[in-house]
Design a protein around this ligand. Structure first.
Ligand SMILES: NC(=O)c1ccc[n+]([C@@H]2O[C@H](COP(=O)([O-])OP(=O)(O)OC[C@H]3O[C@@H](n4cnc5c(N)ncnc54)[C@H](OP(=O)(O)O)[C@@H]3O)[C@@H](O)[C@H]2O)c1
Length: 365
C-alpha cells in the first residue's frame, strides 16, 4: 500500500526522542502533513514549528494526555477537522521506571500501564474508524525489545510492552483485508532523553546512561517511515534481539541471567534519591530534543535549530557521541550462546548461571 503524496500523519509523544525524530523525518522525506501530540503545549508547538521548517506544508501540535480516552478522541477529531483524513497513526508514547517492584510507587506503575498500553488502546480506537471509512491506513505501534523478553526491575514497563505486542498482533489480523495495516516496531536501547532524564529511577542509585549500546532515534525513525511505506507485521531493531531466541530456548535461564545483569547494572552506582522522572507528569516545560545527552553539548545555543539540523544530518551536533549498537551485538550473542549451552549441556549452563548470579547479585538485599 503506497502512501499518498503529503500523507496525513499523527504521531503521539512527538516532543522528544523517537517521536520527534520521526516527525522531522516524515516532514523532510514525505512532506507529511502532521498532527503531533504530547502533554506539554509549548514543546509540542515547538516540535510542529520545527517540522514546518524542514518540509511539512502544515504541522499542528495538540497537547493531549494519551491516558485520557476523551483527549485522544479529540486528537483524532482535530486531525480530521484539519486535514479530512488520517493516513498514518504512530502510537509512540512511552514512559517507564526502574527499581524494585515494591519500591516503585503504585501510581507510577499505573501511569506506565495507562500511557504505554492504555495510550495505544486509545490511539487505535480513535484512528481505526476513520481508516476503515477511508479503506486504507497504517497504524504503527512503538514496542521494544522489552515486548519480547522479561526485564526484572522494569516490571510495569515490560508488562505494558508485552501487552502492546499482543494488542498489535491481534488487531492486525482482526482488520486484515479491510485496508488497514497494524504494525509494530521493536527497538533495543535508543539514545533519547528517556534513558537520561525521563524514566523514573527508584533504585536508590545513579544510573549509567552515557556510552550504553544504543541505536540513534533517527535510525528508529527510518524504521517507522519504512514500515508506514511498506507495512508489515513487525520490525525488530538492534543486535540485542539475538538474545530473544535464547529466551525461547531457555526461559528460566534467560530470566535469571537478565535479573543478574540488571542487578549489576542498576544497583551499583553511587547512592541517589528516588526520581519520579516524567512518568506521571512531564518535565521541562518547553525542551524538545531527540538525544539523551544533546543538551549538555549544544542546548545553550538554539535547541530547535540544533534538533532540526541534527535530524537533517542524522546527527544532533558535533561533540555528541554517535549512538553505537556494538555492545548490544556482543550481549545478544552471549545470550544466544547461553541458550544453546542450556539446551546442549544443561548442567554446565546451570553452573555458569550460578556463577553469573553470584558475581552480579540480583539486586535483592
Ligand atoms: N529510548 C529507548 O531506549 C527505547 C527503547 C525501546 C523502545 N522505546 C519506545 O519508544 C517510544 C519513544 O520513546 P523515547 O525514548 O523517544 O521517549 P522520550 O524521549 O522520553 O519521549 C516520550 C514522549 O512521550 C510523550 N509523553 C509521555 N507521556 C505521555 C502521555 N501520557 N501522553 C502524551 N504524551 C506523553 C512525551 O512528551 P511530554 O513530556 O510533552 O508529554 C515525549 O514526547 C516509547 O514507546 C518507548 O517505550 C524506547
Amino acid at each position: 500500500m503506497a502512501l499518498p503524496r503529503s500523507p496525513v500523519v499523527v504521531i503521539t509523544g512527538a516532543s522528544s526522542g523517537i517521536g520527534l525524530a520521526t516527525a522531522l523525518l516524515f516532514a523532510r522525506r514525505r512532506a507529511a502533513r502532521l498532527v503531533l501530540c504530547g502533554r506539554r503545549h509549548r514543546a509540542i508547538e515547538a516540535a510542529a514549528a520545527a517540522c514546518e521548517r524542514v518540509g511539512s506544508p502544515r504541522a499542528i501540535g495538540l497537547a493531549a494526555d494519551m491516558r485520557e480516552p476523551a483527549a485522544v478522541e479529540a486528537l483524532a477529531r482535530g486531525a480530521l477537522r484539519e486535514f479530512g483524513r488520517i493516513d498514518v497513526w504512530v502510537n509512540n508514547v512511552g514512559v517507564g521506571a526502574v527499581g524494585r517492584f515494591e519500591e516503585i510507587p503504585l501510581d507510577t506503575h499505573r501511569a506506565t500501564l495507562a500511557a504505554n498500553l492504555g495510550g495505544v488502546l486509545h490511539g487505535c480506537h480513535a484512528a481505526l474508524p476513520a481508516m476503515l471509512r477511508q479503506g486504507r491506513g497504517v497504524i504503527v505501534n512503538l514496542g521494544s525489545i522489552g515486548s519480547r523478553l522479561p526485564q526484572p526491575f522494569a516490571t510495569s514497563y515490560i508488562a505494558s510492552k508485552w501487552g502492546l505486542a499482543g494488542l498489535t498482533e491481534s488487531l492486525r489480523h482482526e482488520v486484515r483485508g479491510r485496508g488497514v495495516e497494524v504494525c509494530g516496531v521493536y527497538p533495543t536501547i535508543v539514545d533519547t532523553p528517556a534513558i537520561s532524564r525521563h524514566r523514573g529511577n527508584f533504585t536508590g542509585h545513579a544510573l549509567r546512561t552515557a556510552g550504553l549500546p544504543a541505536l540513534s532515534p533517527e535510525r528508529v525513525a527510518e524504521a517507522v517511515l519504512d514500515v508506514a511505506e511498506r507495512p508489515r507485521r513487525a520490525v525488530h531493531l538492534g543486535a540485542a534481539h539475538l538474545a530473544v531466541p535464547a529466551f525461547w530456548m531457555a526461559p528460566e535461564l534467560a530470566g535469571r541471567l537478565s535479573a543478574a545483569l540488571a542487578g549489576r547494572a542498576l544497583f551499583r552506582g553511587p547512592p541517589e534519591r528516588h526520581d519520579p522522572g516524567a512518568v506521571e507528569a512531564p518535565m521541562h516545560a518547553s525542551r524538545v530534543e531527540t538525544r539523551a545527552h544533546a543538551s549538555r553539548a549544544v542546548m545553550p545555543a538554539n535547541p530547535l535549530r540544533v534538533v532540526t539540523r541534527g535530524a537533517t544530518r542524522g546527527e544532533v551536533a558535533a561533540g555528541v557521541e554517535r549512538a553505537d549498537d556494538r555492545g548490544g551485538a556482543r550481549w545478544g550473542l552471549a545470550a544466544l550462546a547461553a541458550g544453546a549451552l542450556w539446551l546442549l549441556a544443561p548442567r554446565a549452563a546451570a553452573q555458569a548461571m550460578k556463577a553469573a548470579v553470584r558475581e552480579g547479585g540480583n539486586g535483592i538485599r
